[in-house]
Design a protein around this ligand. Structure first.
Ligand code: E4P
Length: 234
């Protein structure tokens, strides 16, 4: 299972790399635009610090220009993967890129039917948007399992990437329901590790602990120090 980070921010990528949570990065035009600088420079900088796949999306809508832009973006770094929309135009573009050996991440998949031809052609990734459908009162978790089973059924090399992750339960669904990778926005990792139950319990334990007089808890707290002293003495 690979963990990608859904961001174009260098600071966030560096921070999450330290935590071992950056097997790759996914960007999109909105994420790049938030950084407010030359997006090409931003992608180059990301490529300099991330060795796994870096998804970058085409911004043209005309198929010929999309193919040309994809060729250029693929040359920015050897680990760039080109995001192509899961549409009929995207199908034309992805087929051309496949012939040229350019890796694609088929994006904006909201229903498994969109993914079928791309799985058959062996696109590198299918990005299922799990969370965005929430805005319409829908739930896309079941589609993780269905797309994975189509990939297995067609014996395709395509990898399913669970995207648009907006709450911790979607991360768990991605792992248990068969996604090969999940792309997490940093804000969602924050939600995972800012659980009020955890915070309350941790506080309670430490408050109780501090009720012990310092001289009583001293041995327990300085045990590591004692061991170092003992090791140095031997
Ligand atoms: C995927 O690669 C996209 O960048 C991303 O997951 C979109 O998420 P959103 O629906 O939160 O914008």
């Amino acid at each position: 299972m690979e963990f990608f980070l859904d961001t174009a921010s260098i600071d966030e990528i560096n921070r999450y790399k330290e935590l071992g949570l950056v097997d790759g990065v996914t960007t999109n035009p909105q994420l790049l635009s938030k950084e407010g600088r030359d997006p090409l420079e931003q992608v180059r900088e990301i490529a300099a610090i991330v060795s796994g796949p870096i998804s970058v999306e085409v911004t043209h809508t005309d198929p010929q220009r999309m193919v040309e832009q994809a060729r250029g973006l693929a040359r920015v770094a050897e680990n760039t993967v080109i995001k192509v929309p899961a549409s009929m135009v995207g199908l034309t573009v992805a087929r051309r890129l496949k012939e040229e050996g350019i890796k694609t991440n088929i994006t904006l998949v909201f229903h498994p039917s969109q993914a079928v031809p791309f799985i058959r052609m062996g696109a590198e990734f299918i990005s299922l948007f799990v969370g965005r459908v929430e805005d319409f009162g829908l739930d896309n978790r079941e589609h993780i399992r269905r797309i994975r089973s189509m990939i297995d059924e067609m014996k395709s090399p395509t990898r399913l990437l669970a995207a648009s992750i907006r709450n911790p339960d979607y991360l768990v669904a991605a792992v248990t329901d068969g996604a090969h990778a999940v792309t997490m926005p940093p804000v969602c990792w924050e939600k995972v590790y800012n659980n009020p139950l955890f915070n309350q319990a941790e506080l309670e334990f430490l408050e109780s602990w501090r009720k012990l007089p310092p001289r009583v808890r001293e041995g327990y707290e300085s045990i590591a120090l004692d061991r170092e002293v003992a090791q140095n003495a031997s």
